[in-house]
Design a protein around this ligand. Sequence first.
Ligand SMILES: Cc1cc2nc3c(=O)[nH]c(=O)nc-3n(C[C@H](O)[C@H](O)[C@H](O)COP(=O)(O)OP(=O)(O)OC[C@H]3O[C@@H](n4cnc5c(N)ncnc54)[C@H](O)[C@@H]3O)c2cc1C
Length: 392
Amino acid sequence: MDEITFDDTGKAFNSKSNKELKEAYFLFRLINNPLMVKAGKMLTPIMLAMRLPIKTILKNTVFKQFCGGESIDECNKVLENLDKAGIGSILDYSIEGKNREEDFNKTRDEILRIISLAAKNPAIPYTSVKLTGIMKGSILEKLSAKKTLKGDEKELHKRAIERLDQICHFAWENKVPIYIDAEESWIQDCVDELCEDMMKKYNSEKAIVSTTLQMYRHDRIYYLNNLIGKARSEKFFLGIKLVRGAYWEKENLRAMEQGYNSPVHITKKNTDSDFNKAVSLCIDNIDIVSLCAGTHNEKSTHFLLKKMKEKGISPGNTNVYFSQLYGMSDHISFNLASAGYNVTKYLPYGPVQSVVPYLIRRAEENTAIAGQMGRELQLLINEIKRRKKNKE
Ligand SMILES: Cc1cc2nc3c(=O)[nH]c(=O)nc-3n(C[C@H](O)[C@H](O)[C@H](O)COP(=O)(O)OP(=O)(O)OC[C@H]3O[C@@H](n4cnc5c(N)ncnc54)[C@H](O)[C@@H]3O)c2cc1C
């Protein structure tokens, strides 16, 4: 085992005042209750649609915990605080559920703005893009199912690819690497294809474009092996962000409703095992792979630390990044950064009502499973107790 431990809550919550710590504690106590999360998931979109004044409540609670602000400027304070601790920020313009060309263009322009900022600011070492933020999910779904596009769909898709290419080209020009997020399996084939095209085009000298692999899918180890083979034979670098995957229940539900085999593992153990296998594959091919481990899992983090040590990869080697979502697992991020590892936080921002789907996913991820207390809540309690004891 490596020498790093994640128990130091003093380090993890150093940037939080007592007041902020208590606010986080009350929020996690609330979302620890599955009934509260279910009610919130159902009622929040209804209340927003009815224009009930809940924006301020959301902004001061769950939004404040998991997002940097409503605009890039509002994120500055969080960005500076993370930077002071040696943690980079990945500004993530988190608009979801938009479907019009003008929204897609707006998101593209916002990402180009982030790249410009990142080029001048080492506190923003990476950027990210979610393809359904710049193109229609229905077209990605059709193409993934090998259906032909009809009518104006072809033109819309052409424009969507142009938007993606503009983003990746600008990232390449400015030497700011970019992660392309992974989405639901029924659109992911097309996303994979586009990621590969962009990696081939822009990764001839180093990994500027990274794809994301969701290791809850049982085909991803096979896919990764193939991708490594392609990169070696066609001579391009691979950017790989590994995650477990955010849509496990949705994937199973759709597969059940439509009567096909679910593409995701049934047991958590198999997801965990594939995640670590993928880590090994990336580290064994580190001469052509830039890896980002997007995880809050302590065991997987320790596993990667062990693999780095075995291979003689130094903590500061920029081919390996650890990344967590803002508002989660500070005990991992801050302790790793203080030991000299490359750490980033995904820092979503955008108008409160547009990030609601993201906030619901975070609340669901942090709710209690089988009556157990959530880990974030336990860590906050430990820190509150530690501060109290130090005062005595
Ligand atoms: C930096 C970063 C970037 C991210 N980008 C993306 C992205 O592009 N696309 C995306 O989909 N997600 C993304 N995520 C979200 C990510 O998928 C979830 O945060 C992640 O699944 C939580 O898992 P964990 O590795 O933190 O560990 P854990 O908390 O140990 O694992 C929880 C995960 O295990 C899986 N799981 C749970 N139960 C089972 C079961 N019974 N059988 C099989 N598997 C199970 C699920 O994926 C669940 O989310 C990102 C996360 C981070 C930190």
